[in-house]
Design a protein. Sequence first.
Length: 168
Amino acid sequence: MRYVSLFRGINVGGNHIIPMKDLRALHELLGLENVASVIQSGNVVFDSDQNPAELEKVIEDAVEQRFGFRVPVLVRTAREIQAALAEYPFDSSAGYQPNWIAFVFLREGSGRELEAYDGQEKIYPGNRLACIYYTGGMGRSKLNLGRYLKTDWTVRNHNVVSKIQALL
């Protein structure tokens, strides 16, 4: 089955730096096949027969052992990525700008707790995923995801998710 591993907090702001060639090599050492990376922020596509929960633990443990720090890794199937792109409610034909759309991938839950935020962002909770439209752009938002989410999470913008889908 085709998967993507989504890393949280690597290669951002000079912290937890892992060259993508090393991240690809780590996936290959774990026996994962047809490995490829997507941009520098920690997205690796691969084939495996293992289930996603097992893969998350195996990859997180391997990163900690190899690089000396632990970061959350969320694994999604090709079908889950395709569904995220097909089902999000912010259609460009209605005037939504794709570069202001974020997909919040969650280890568990729906992201419904984000609805408690009283800002101008439009939030659409789903299954282990929440979609957010940043009406004023991501850089101007006051939304602090960590304040609301009680599970591991990582964010990718629409353009990155589209690039991931292209490799799946």
